[in-house]
Design a protein around this ligand. Structure first.
Ligand SMILES: [Zn+2]
Length: 444
């Protein structure tokens, strides 16, 4: 079976090769090469540089490295290069120079490097706006050390991981007027970063801070390395017709979280630290039921926080933009998959809608969106502060209920609302007990 299909593929290859030869004899010119390099993009990032070659057809290539000085050499068989190499390396810290030579139809590209890097080279099939590509990733060798986690200092800051969707080679959705989602998400992310860093008790960590690609697994592992307490991923929606509009907020589906969870449990020795507070116990217990229960608690907690923040962010977004969905949506986004870190994904509007595309590139509207996300996150953590956080110490005054005091009396006295008191104290009804301690928000 296997052999026969291989044979079939081989036959197909021969056929397609014959076709190419037949076509090439029809269209051959003196500088004929079957393939050509038609574009080269260089995306420097903090930990790596991605170099992308646009090639007309599936690339036939070989590569090797040389040292003293460090170089990467790529030979493209039967390929001509049409791209000017002169200024390609100008903004990159890892590649000093691109140069090329041609012999027997083969184009040799030499990348002169500043030092030796860990590298991966792989072809990509046509996708979206792109045709065939060859991708080279140069990774810093001390990449993992750079992000070695150091224990969070006990200043009580809540660390908010801000993930600007897409980036670099991946533009995300593209609006009718040519707006790239990756630019909108980064602009909003930067505004949100500023708001959070100006807020006492909160600190922002940017998962991406420039126009480069960070792969999805790396996004969550960065969040873990940086001890992120809450993760917000920013995107803009798109549809194939221009009509849909409005914002929506997504949380991870339970089933996704569950399948991730079962994966973790399979190799919990290695990954137990991912499960937060229960990690130490999970590692040391052979009782799989206990391990499951602990992991479950951590997951439930994380889903609860995700929903809590999602609801608060929706409340704020409603004030400044139309909503596509008025309740948190269950999503299956890879970037939300780490159920150990509470996360939301905010679709800030439809880039495929003409009016919203205009809004999304408007700095003032981006600011409003950032404000709404910031307020939503803050409101949640003020009402449900994490143990030991700054918000836990300042978010509330305490009030011990005395005889004759009702919820409405207290709401009036403290210039707040009954529903807010019910919400932040997790009350099941309007009735209070004498001696009961209530949390009272400092700002109405
Ligand atoms: Zn997106």
């Amino acid at each position: 079976m296997y052999r026969r299909s291989l044979l079939a593929i081989a036959k197909l290859r021969v056929l397609s090769l014959l076709c190419v030869i037949a076509l090439s004899s029809l269209f051959s010119v003196s500088t004929f090469a079957a393939n050509s390099i038609d574009g080269i993009r260089v995306w420097p990032a903090p930990e790596n540089t991605r170099i992308v070659f646009d090639v007309k057809q599936k690339p036939d290539y070989k590569f090797f490295t040389l040292s003293k000085p460090d170089r990467l050499v790529i030979d493209f068989t039967d390929t001509k290069n049409t791209v000017s190499l002169r200024s390609l390396a100008v903004n990159d810290p890892r590649v000093k120079l691109f140069r090329s030579s041609v012999s027997k139809g083969k184009t040799r590209l030499v990348l002169e490097l500043t030092k030796s890097y860990q590298l991966t080279v792989f072809p990509l099939a046509p996708a979206g706006q792109y045709g065939n590509r060859l991708v080279i990733d140069l990774y810093d060798k001390n990449r993992s050390q750079k992000n070695v986690s150091k224990p969070k200092e006990s200043v009580g800051d809540i660390i908010i991981g801000i993930d600007a969707g897409h980036g670099g080679e991946d533009p995300g959705s593209i609006g009718g007027k040519g707006t790239y989602e990756k630019r909108v998400t980064l602009a909003i992310a930067k505004k949100l970063q500023k708001l959070i860093n100006n807020e006492k008790g909160m600190k922002a960590v940017m998962i991406r801070s420039g126009d480069y690609h960070v792969d999805l697994n790396r996004r969550t592992s960065l969040a873990r390395d940086k001890h992120v307490d809450f993760f917000v991923s920013i995107h803009a929606d798109a549809f194939h017709t221009p009509k849909p509009s409005g914002a929506s907020v997504w949380v991870v589906t339970k089933s996704r979280a569950e399948s991730e969870l079962s994966r973790w449990l399979l190799n919990r020795e290695k990954k137990s630290e991912l499960l937060g507070g229960g990690g130490g116990v999970i590692k040391n217990t052979s009782d799989s039921h206990l391990a499951l229960a602990l992991a479950d608690m951590s997951k439930e907690h994380s889903l609860g926080v995700s929903f809590g923040v999602a609801n608060n962010v929706i409340k704020e977004l409603e004030k400044i933009t139309t909503m596509h969905k008025k309740t948190p949506q269950n999503g299956n986004f890879a970037v939300l998959k780490s159920s150990d870190i509470p996360s939301i994904l905010v679709e800030t509007g439809f880039i495929s809608n003409h009016k919203e595309e205009q809004n999304l590139i408007w700095s003032k509207h981006q600011q409003r969106l950032a404000d709404a996300i910031h307020n939503g996150i803050k409101n949640h953590f003020m009402a449900h502060p994490l143990t030991g956080s700054y918000f836990a110490s300042v978010g509330y005054k305490k009030h011990k209920v005395r005889s004759g005091e009702s919820l409405s009396v207290l709401a009036k006295r403290y210039n707040t609302s009954m529903s807010k008191l019910i919400n932040i104290n997790g009350l099941k009804s309007n009735s209070l007990r004498i001696g009961q301690t209530l949390k009272i928000p400092r700002t109405g």
